[in-house]
Structures are given as structure tokens and as C-alpha cells.
Design a protein around this ligand. Structure first.
Ligand SMILES: Nc1nc2c(ncn2[C@@H]2O[C@H](COP(=O)(O)OP(=O)(O)O)[C@@H](O)[C@H]2O)c(=O)[nH]1
Ligand SMILES: [Mg+2]
Length: 360
């Protein structure tokens, strides 16, 4: 009898000591999981890749880019290349690009959801607006495919199944130049230093392409207070990179996304997915011509702390007529660009100074 009583007492005390909520009305909120688990050591491999949206007819341009990426960086680090296209890649494209590297190369096609009109878009209105914008002489004003591209880069590339196994990416484009030898692993640098978004050129947007973007983001903030309440406060964010008047208007500054080294988790977060789907629903990718660059940049300033951005000064880079070439003496032996030709301080078009000021 005594033995039974003892056994029951032991059971009761076990229940009391292992049930944290027994005596408290409120459930204790679980602690957030830290973004970089402490079990990761600096030398552990990073799950990272190059991601390249490209057309079959840009083969020559992407051969040039990959050759430079291989010789300046990837022949040492062997990160895989993920090629994406709204059409099937031709055998010639696949054979030529895979022969440029000993790294893994994979090729994917986009589906209708990632590259196509959502059902709620009025395509007649979209076409009319394209013609109106074209009258203003804005680049790609009348291009339908450019709008699909910007929407894809804003909301879908990070959800493509070929990217599922990766945590970081470096976006590449055809016909760009990479000028400098990089002798360290940029992805390990990002992870080990808590960096989430790396850029190289900061530019001003044609405001005619994004007239309602800022207002739509403001509306999102009003409609989603539960998202806003856990984002970094203004003082910790890079807020001043995108507004000069305390949030009244967008100042047109954005990071060029044709070069991006970033964490995929930023875009896969529930916060960003809610924001993207809100923007997408408003129709601005089609009725206006919202670029993925202002969308990424404004979103990143909302979602990240300023210390999570990284300016890749050591990556000498050219896209179209604009280039970043590091000016410091130490880079002369590493880079084959002319530091006199450096876009950072172009008074009319560069937002690099705005970035520097926003950091303080
Ligand atoms: N597959 C595919 N890729 C595209 C299309 N339009 C643009 N791209 C790719 O998207 C990226 C950005 O396009 P680009 O024409 O360079 O635009 P820009 O950099 O804003 O002038 C490049 O990597 C292009 O190869 C398209 O219709 N199909
Ligand atoms: Mg381009």
C-alpha cells in the first residue's frame, strides 16, 4: 500500500516539475531562433550558388561573364551555377555553358505562375499604360517581358525548386565585367559576419517607372502592423537610404540588382512574402514598370538592420556604361579596371553617398 502511494506521489511531482504552464495563465513565448546557429563554425561550407536568369540568345554574353567569374573567383571556390529561363534552354546553351566550369551547372524553366499574368491583372489596362509610359522615353517602357522579368526577380527566383538547397546566392547577368581577383570566399564572409545583403552599385531610379510604389508600401505598413512591430526600428535600419523627407516620399535610391550577393532567407521570410504578394496584388509590376531593384532595396531597408548590408568595394564590376572600380592603392595589382572610371561619386546618378550617410 505504502509503495503504491509513493509511486503515485512520484508521478504527481514529475507532472508538476515538467509542466511549465501548469501554474501560469499565460504561455511563455518561445525564444526566437538565432539566425546563425552557434553550431556553425566559420570554416563550414556555405550552401550557396550563382543564379542566372538568361535567354538562349544571350549565350555569348553569359559565356563572357562566367569566364570572368571563373578566373577571378570560382575556379578556387567551385560554387554551382543555376540557370533559369522562361523557355527551354537549347542543347547548345547547355553544352557551351557547362563546358566553362568544373562546377555543377543546372538548368531550369519557369512556370506560368513565376512568369505570366496573374488572373487579376487587366491586360488591356496594362497595354495602355505601357504605351503611355513609352511616350515619356523611359527604358523598357513598352516591354512586356521586362515586366515579367522584374516581377520574377522580385518575388519568385528564391522559390524556384532548383534554389531550394541553397541559403545564399550571387546573381549574375550576361555581358557584364568582373575586374578584380577575389581570394576569399564571399559567401563565408556574408555568413560569418551576419551580412544579409551585398551590393556594389547604388543608382537612382526613373521615378516614372514607380509612381505608386512608395504609397503601396506605406499602405502595406498600415495594413500589416503585426509585421511592422517586429521589424528593426528606424534608427537601426537603412531607412535614410530610400527617403530624404522622413518617409513622405521615395528618393529613388536603390541597389542595382544585376549584381547581388545575398541571403535567400531574407526573401523567403514570411514578412517579405506578405509584402511581395501585397505589391503584386496592387498590379504595379504591370500597370507601372516596377523594377526588382527598387522593390528589393526598399524591402531590405525595412527588413534588415543597417549592419546587415555590405558594400562589396573589392568587386570591380561593370554593367552597361556604369562601373564600380575600387580606388584604393591595394587594389591596383588585383583589378584590371581604371579607378578614374568609378561611378560611386557620380553626382547625378549614384546613391553611394546616400548609402554612406544612411549608415550613420
Ligand atoms: N530568360 C529570360 N531572361 C530575361 C528576359 N528579359 C531579361 N532577362 C534576363 O534578366 C536580366 C535582366 O535583364 P536586362 O535586359 O539585362 O535588364 P537591365 O539590366 O535592367 O537592363 C538579364 O540576366 C537578362 O538576361 C527574358 O525575357 N527571358
Ligand atoms: Mg542587365
Amino acid at each position: 500500500m505504502l509503495n503504491w502511494l509513493g509511486f503515485i506521489l512520484i508521478l504527481i511531482s514529475l507532472y508538476i516539475f515538467t509542466s511549465p504552464n501548469l501554474f501560469s495563465e499565460k504561455r511563455v513565448r518561445p525564444k526566437p531562433t538565432p539566425s546563425a546557429p552557434s553550431s556553425v563554425s566559420p570554416d563550414d561550407p556555405v550552401r550557396a550558388c550563382f543564379v542566372i536568369l538568361v535567354r538562349n540568345n544571350e549565350l555569348g554574353g553569359i559565356v563572357s561573364t562566367i569566364s570572368q567569374i571563373e578566373s577571378t573567383f570560382n575556379n578556387k571556390f567551385k560554387y554551382p551555377y543555376i540557370f533559369l529561363n522562361d523557355e527551354e534552354f537549347t542543347p547548345e546553351f547547355v553544352d557551351t555553358t557547362s563546358a566553362l566550369t568544373t562546377s555543377v551547372t543546372r538548368y531550369g524553366k519557369l512556370d506560368q505562375q513565376m512568369w505570366g499574368y496573374p488572373s487579376y491583372i487587366n491586360q488591356t489596362r496594362a497595354a495602355e499604360n505601357r504605351h503611355e509610359l513609352a511616350k515619356q522615353g523611359v527604358p523598357y517602357a513598352d516591354s512586356e517581358s521586362y515586366r515579367h522579368m522584374c516581377r520574377f526577380q522580385s518575388g519568385f527566383f528564391f522559390r524556384h525548386p532548383l534554389l531550394d538547397e541553397f541559403d545564399y546566392y550571387w546573381r549574375l547577368e550576361p555581358d557584364v565585367d568582373y575586374y578584380c581577383q577575389l581570394d576569399y570566399d564571399v559567401f563565408k564572409y556574408m555568413r560569418n559576419n551576419g551580412k544579409k545583403y551585398g551590393f556594389n552599385i547604388a543608382f537612382r531610379e526613373f521615378m516614372a517607372t514607380v509612381p505608386s510604389l512608395w504609397g503601396t508600401i506605406e499602405a502595406f505598413k498600415r495594413d500589416y502592423p503585426e509585421v511592422m512591430e517586429h521589424l528593426p526600428v528606424k534608427e537601426d535600419s537603412l531607412w535614410k537610404f530610400v527617403t530624404n523627407d522622413n518617409g513622405e516620399t521615395y528618393n529613388s535610391c536603390h541597389f542595382w540588382t544585376n549584381f547581388e550577393i545575398a541571403s535567400l532567407a531574407v526573401w523567403r521570410s514570411n514578412d517579405y512574402l506578405k509584402l511581395f504578394s501585397y505589391l503584386d496584388r496592387s498590379g504595379g509590376f504591370f500597370y507601372e514598370r516596377w523594377g526588382d531593384a527598387p522593390v528589393h532595396s526598399i524591402a531590405a531597408t525595412m527588413l534588415l538592420r543597417k549592419d546587415e548590408f555590405h558594400f562589396f568595394n573589392d568587386v570591380g564590376y561593370r554593367h552597361t556604361a556604369y562601373q564600380h572600380c575600387p580606388v584604393e592603392e591595394e587594389f591596383r595589382s588585383k583589378c584590371r579596371c581604371d579607378p578614374q572610371n568609378n561611378f560611386d561619386y557620380d553626382p547625378g546618378l549614384s546613391c553611394y553617398s546616400t548609402f554612406k550617410a544612411a549608415l550613420n
